[in-house]
Each structure stands twice: as structure tokens, then as C-alpha cells.
Design a protein around this ligand. Structure first.
Ligand code: HEC
Length: 492
């Protein structure tokens, strides 16, 4: 379950399509004729990252050998520089990966041999003098350098696959839905279910979408296993028109991408902002939640603390309205409360005994709510011993998300059972079960006026209902140009 929630699904067809798209996208006719010299950073470093750095990073330094920078690679380990420029055979750096002897890199009992075509790249690089790219600092951290240099692809005009909807949000006027797509955000008119805007993003996926009081959109997301970020976009900026759709370049256009808050080495999975827009929290795979003070505006955002309170990924976060309490959900099977003023842990709520996917908190901080792989909604005291007040079943499968209505005492949850449910936060008496989606519902959001609720699903479908009577307002697939076919087989 968790794999499908937070990592790419291993559908051969889907991977193939993406490969084809990116190959055509990157085709450069000029380079086809003459082989370019091997680039250390573009050609060699990715191979080292993939095959060597697990043991030769700054922490492990197996064989006293740290390979995190060019300088360190050339300094070598216990036996000195393993690279003899021009002579691959005399270079342990190459010889150890192609050898037929017992001592090989990676060590035979620890990993697969480096693929032949990759070993040939390293051989060629050494033959050509084992050079460093012009302009690259020999002391630059290679993993960071690769991340910075990586260029996101332009999203396909029409999706050959259904996007996984991990996050969605109503626009401040309540008329549109912003949905996380593939390297973009898509904006849909609710009344017609029509795509009106696309905003390209560096992040492959959005996991958290929150509007600031000034109408700018904060997005937490990333590229699984590679990078994660929180960036701020102005969706009102001017874009290009393509047919009926306006296209905004949130990768390069500074009028669209108005702020880059931070980036890390794996996905940022959750995002919370206080209603006054002054405090922002975002956490994810690095187990940390970064907290920013936005009281002087997002331009002058200040990182106030990095909370490392969970033993595993942080999957969900919420803030009390005054910005005092941070409530978090962890893959470590706990929900936790952190006092942001005192900078200390308040309580751990252990009752789920299984992955906790999401949390919510009563605006005044007097009640915590959490949901998880135990299929339960639980409410508990966020202070003292973290005592459970109540729990409620109802969902027939994992519960992925819980959100609080901004205007009335009402909670909404979304589940792998393909439904969204509404709950009274005080009694946890289940209100309506909202149907209309056709796959795991990963995310749910209320409209700013509190009168509507929207769910987004694994198969790209989204649905909007009215809270009052549970009536379905609109349902559509939020994958641009995708022609809905039989749902793909998936692994559970
Ligand atoms: C699973 C862990 C692991 C991986 C992956 C790995 N190594 Fe090693 N490496 C070691 C260990 C342990 C040693 C020390 C023992 C030895 O020298 O045989 C070592 C030693 C070395 C040395 C000798 C250093 C010295 O000065 O003694 C070189 C060179 C080296 N590795 C290169 C590589 C390269 C290149 C890769 C990737 C293609 C790689 N290693 C991948 C574990 C690993």
C-alpha cells in the first residue's frame, strides 16, 4: 500500500511511455554525428551515485574512501589515488569494477556488477584523462550538483497515462480545483470539469497544496528518491495560451515561481499553513519537519526550526491556528505533538499500531485527530499522556487523509475503500459516505467557504460534492487529454 502511495507504480507500459516521451524530448540532432568527450558530472557521476555512493559516501567511507567530490575521488582511500589518467587498466577505479577476480567493486557479496555499458563510460573517461568538467568546483558535492543540474521534462500535452492525484485544493474563489499532475499543477473549472490552466513545476508530484491569504499557492512535493521541495507560485501570472488552456512556466518564469523555500534529497510529503498565513510547516522522507515564519511575507520567509521527532518518514502534518502546536503523522506508527514555542515534544499518540497517514487538529489545539493503515479515525488529547478520547471505524480500508472544515465543525477523510467520509469532530459520529470515485482516494480538501469537499484518486479521477447533502457536483479525470480506459491492474 505505502509503495503505491509514495513511489512510482511499476507498470511497464507506463514506464515505457515515459521513456519514449523523454527520449524524443531530449533528442539533439547535432550530437548524433560526433561522440562528445565523456563528461564527469553528466556521465560518470550518475553511475557513481547509483553504484558506489551507498558505501563510499561521507558517512560510511568504506575502505576509508569517500567519493562525494571529484577531489576526494582523486585523493583515494587507504591506498591513494585509484585513477591513473589515460590508463584505465592501471586504474583500480576501473579495474575493480570489471575484474573477474574475487575482489570486485561493488564487493561480490554486496551487490550486482556495474552494467557493461556503464563500466565502458568510466573506462572512456579515464582514457580521456579523467578530467573534471570546466567550471565545476572540484570540491562540489556530486549528489547535490546532480540534483541542481537535473532539468524537469515538459509534461506531455495529452497524458498517455492517468496521473495519480496525491494533492488537490480549491482556489480561493471556490470555482476551480488545482490538482497535482505529472511535473505540473492543473487547474480545472468545477462547473464544467474543463482544464483551464497548466502550471509546469520542477517537482514530479505535488503532495501538499495550500493557498496563502494573499492568493499565492504553496506546493510541497518532489521526485521520489531524488529530491523534494517547497515552492510558491502565483497562478495569476500571465502565461501562454494553447487552445483553451493557459500554460504557465513555474520552472523558469520568475513571475510564476515567486519563491523557492527549500529543497532536500527526497520527497516532501506534507504541508500545513496557519489560517493567518504566518506559520508554515512541511515534512517528508528525511523524517524532518521544517517550520517557517512567514509573518513578514513569503519573500522574507525565515526557517525557524527543523523538527526531527519521528523515527521514519513524516506523512502528515497540521498546525493549531495560533501556530503553537505542530501535529505530525509518521510511518513509525505514531502521531506526535510538538510545541513550536517551547521547541519541545509534547506527546506521542501510539494507538494506531500501524502507519499513521495523516493528522488534523482542532483550531484551538484542544483535540488531535489521526487516521492510518488501521482503518480507524481516532481523536485524542494533544497534551498530557496523549490519551485517546474516541475512535471510529467505517472505512473499509486504509485511511489516507483527514482534513478539518474551515467554517464548521466537520472533518473529512479519504480512503483506499474509494470513498470520502464526513465526521462530527466531537462525537466521531460518521456522517455521509461520499461515493463517485473509482480507486484509492489519496486526498481530500474542503472549499474555502466550507460548503464543498473534493476527493482525488489513484486513477486520476476527482470528484466534488456539497457538504450539506452529499450531492455529487462534478466528477472528471484530472489527467490532461487522457482517454479513460479500463483501470490498470495494480498491486496492493
Ligand atoms: C556495498 C559496499 C560497496 C560498494 C557499493 C562499493 N564499494 Fe568500493 N569498497 C568497499 C569496501 C568495503 C572497500 C574496502 C575493502 C577493499 O578495498 O576491498 C572498498 C574499497 C574500494 C576501493 C579501494 C580504496 C582504497 O584506497 O583502498 C576503491 C577504489 C573502490 N572501493 C571503488 C569503488 C567503486 C568505483 C565503486 C562503484 C562502482 C564501489 N567501490 C562500490 C565497499 C563498497
Amino acid at each position: 500500500m505505502l509503495r503505491s502511495r509514495f513511489t512510482p507504480r511499476a507498470s511497464a507500459a507506463r514506464v515505457l511511455v515515459l521513456v519514449v516521451v523523454s527520449v524524443f524530448g531530449a533528442a539533439q540532432p547535432a550530437s548524433a554525428q560526433q561522440p562528445k568527450p565523456v563528461s564527469f558530472i553528466n556521465d560518470v557521476a550518475p553511475i557513481l551515485k547509483e553504484n558506489c555512493l551507498a558505501c563510499h559516501d561521507a558517512k560510511k567511507k568504506s575502505g576509508k574512501y569517500d567519493m562525494t567530490t571529484y577531489d576526494k575521488i582523486r585523493a583515494g582511500g587507504a591506498n591513494g589515488d585509484p585513477v591513473a589518467p589515460g590508463k584505465p587498466d592501471a586504474s583500480e577505479f576501473h579495474a575493480l569494477i570489471v575484474t573477474t577476480e574475487q575482489r570486485r567493486m561493488p564487493p561480490r557479496d554486496k551487490g550486482e556488477a556495474v552494467p557493461k555499458d556503464k563500466a565502458a563510460v568510466i573506462e572512456q573517461w579515464i582514457k580521456e584523462g579523467a578530467k573534471l568538467d570546466a567550471g565545476l568546483d572540484p570540491k562540489a558535492d556530486l549528489v547535490k550538483e546532480l540534483r541542481v543540474r537535473w532539468k524537469p521534462p515538459v509534461p506531455p500535452k495529452a497524458y498517455p497515462f492517468a496521473t495519480i492525484v496525491n494533492a488537490l485544493a480549491f482556489t480561493p474563489d471556490g470555482k476551480h480545483l488545482v490538482v497535482g499532475g505529472h511535473h505540473e499543477l492543473t487547474v480545472w473549472e468545477i462547473a464544467t470539469g474543463k482544464l483551464v490552466k497548466r502550471v509546469y513545476t520542477r517537482a514530479e508530484r505535488a503532495y501538499g497544496l495550500e493557498f496563502l491569504p494573499d492568493g499565492k499557492l504553496v506546493v510541497a512535493g518532489g521526485r521520489p528518491g531524488q529530491e523534494g521541495d517547497v515552492r510558491v507560485y502565483d497562478l495569476k501570472a500571465k502565461g501562454k495560451t494553447e487552445g483553451d488552456v493557459e500554460v504557465l512556466d513555474g520552472v523558469n518564469d520568475q513571475a510564476v515561481l515567486v519563491k523557492h523555500l527549500f529543497d532536500v534529497e527526497d520527497s516532501v510529503l506534507c504541508l500545513a499553513i496557519t489560517p493567518d498565513g504566518k506559520t508554515l510547516a512541511a515534512g517528508g522522507c528525511d523524517r524532518a519537519v521544517r517550520v517557517f515564519d512567514l509573518s513578514e511575507g513569503v519573500d522574507k520567509a525565515k526557517l525557524t526550526q527543523t523538527v526531527e521527532n519521528h523515527a521514519d518518514w513524516v506523512l502528515g502534518c497540521a498546525l493549531s491556528a495560533d501556530g503553537k502546536y505542530l501535529v505530525t503523522a509518521g510511518r513509525d506508527k505514531t502521531a506526535k505533538v510538538w510545541d513550536l514555542k517551547a521547541k519541545e515534544s509534547v506527546v506521542t499518540f501510539p494507538e494506531h499500531q500501524n502507519i499513521v497517514y495523516a493528522v488534523a487538529v482542532k483550531a484551538d489545539g484542544s483535540a488531535g485527530f489521526s487516521v492510518g493503515a488501521d482503518k480507524q479515525v481516532r481523536t485524542w488529547k494533544p497534551n498530557g499522556e496523549g490519551k485517546q478520547v474516541k475512535n471510529a471505524g467505517g472505512h473499509g480500508d486504509d485511511v489516507f487523509k483527514i482534513v478539518a472544515n474551515p467554517k464548521q465543525p466537520l472533518l473529512a477523510t479519504s480512503s483506499a475503500d474509494k470513498t470520502v467520509r464526513l465526521w462530527n469532530p466531537d462525537t466521531l459520529a460518521a456522517g455521509k459516505s461520499l461515493a463517485g470515485l473509482t480507486d484509492y482516494v489519496y486526498t481530500v480538501a474542503f472549499s474555502p467557504d466550507g460548503e464543498r469537499v473534493a476527493g482525488g484518486s489513484y486513477d486520476g479521477s476527482v470528484a466534488v460534492w456539497t457538504v450539506k447533502d452529499g450531492a455529487l457536483v462534478k466528477a472528471f479525470n484530472a489527467s490532461p487529454g487522457f482517454v479513460t480506459k479500463e483501470p490498470e491492474q495494480k498491486k496492493k
